[in-house]
Design a protein around this ligand. Structure first.
Ligand code: DAH
Length: 357
């Protein structure tokens, strides 16, 4: 009879153990069967009621049962722990065989990278960078630069005028109004601002930035383009400084063996005015298609700052002189990199941009 009850306990305990699917169920099972207050302990208490002759065998049978159940319990615990580990490994799995996502390498826009080099070239010659506004007044863009209303030089810079105030339908102020607001047509507009900010001390600045003109968009012209203005004012500034600075600039941007030549020209804000040519970097001066077989490339306009402009900037032309130059960035980058169409610069075609990486 005693053996039969042991057998029942063993069977129900084994079944219960098999049904436990997690740690909590397992511990509940252990409390129910193998703890001090569990089923097996209750069986042990029954020993006292047996005949002396039966006690020893019964005790041994209980011990054997405890041993079997403990072994099953340990086995089950190990199996559950293993299953939990497998589940965690599966959920935290990282597939190292996946190909990596390629890192796309960016690059500076060709205008930007050459602009940086130009700034560095002038900074190495003691120039600092002066920022001036893109929205200018007619006065700063034209009049103070010795270009009065109706001056024919205005024909070369077809201008975007801004409506006064915030009302876009308001009539535009014509170019006779000094306060009329315009998008600057050249960086020269900042010359007066730089002089007024630094006077009466010496000036040695470049003014890089976008300019705007009402142009047809063609392979050679855009409605917006960068210029780099240069301005140097002092008591001991002369034309030879201009030539030396520009030669040094050309050597830094186009490499070692460069030559520049000055040709007489006209700008309202310089006197005398010159056009500065660079010996053709492609043919070395022998003549080719790019330089139209002249051996020279037109690089920029420059000159001695006109006395009227010096005065407008707050300097006395009797004691001070200035040199000024204006470099068009797109043309220079086109020459440097053999770009044949200015429109590439603002088209955002990645095939074009990536070729400068
Ligand atoms: N502002 C002129 C232009 O946009 C370029 C220029 C010519 C600037 C001569 C200068 C200069 O400072 O001296 O066409």
């Amino acid at each position: 009879m005693a053996d039969a009850s042991l057998e029942i306990v063993r069977e129900s305990a084994s079944a219960g153990l098999a049904a436990a699917t997690d740690e909590a169920a397992l511990e509940r099972w252990h409390r129910q069967h193998l703890s001090a207050s569990g089923e097996v302990s209750l069986l042990r208490r029954g020993i006292g009621k047996l005949e002396l002759s039966e006690r020893k065998a019964y005790g041994a049978a209980i011990n054997a049962l405890v041993e079997v159940l403990t072994a099953q319990y340990d086995e089950k615990r190990a199996a559950l722990a293993q299953a939990a580990l497998q589940a965690r490994l599966a959920s935290e799995r990282v597939d190292l065989s996946l190909p990596p996502r390629a890192r796309r390498r960016g690059a500076l826009h060709p205008l930007r990278s050459t602009l940086r080099e130009i700034c560095q070239a002038f900074q190495s010659m003691g120039f600092s960078i002066y920022d001036s506004p893109h929205v200018e007044t007619d006065e700063f863009n034209f009049q103070l630069l010795n270009i009065p209303p109706h001056h024919p030089a205005r024909d070369m810079q077809d201008t975007f005028y801004l409506a006064p105030g915030d009302d876009p339908s308001a009539p535009m102020d014509g170019p006779t109004d000094a306060a009329a607001r315009v998008l600057r047509t050249h960086t020269s507009a900042g010359q007066i601002r730089a002089m007024r900010a630094m006077g009466p001390g010496p000036v040695r600045v470049i003014l890089p930035g976008l300019c705007y003109r009402n142009e047809d968009i063609t392979t050679r012209s855009e409605v917006q383009f960068h210029q780099i203005e240069g301005l140097m004012v002092g008591t001991d500034v002369r034309m030879s400084d201009l030539k030396g600075i520009l030669l040094q600039f050309a050597r830094q941007i186009f490499g070692g063996d460069q030559a520049v030549r000055l040709r007489g020209s006209y700008f309202p804000f310089t006197e005398p005015s010159v056009e500065v040519d660079l010996r053709c970097a492609l043919c070395g001066g022998a003549g080719c298609r790019v330089c139209k077989y002249t051996g020279w490339l037109e690089l920029l306009g420059a000159g001695l700052v006109h006395p009227v402009v010096l005065e407008n900037g707050g300097y006395d032309p009797a004691t001070h002189r200035g040199i000024a130059f204006g470099i068009g960035l797109p043309r220079l980058v086109m020459l440097r990199h053999g770009v044949d169409d200015i429109r590439h610069f603002f088209r955002n075609d990645l095939r074009f941009l990536q070729s400068f990486r």
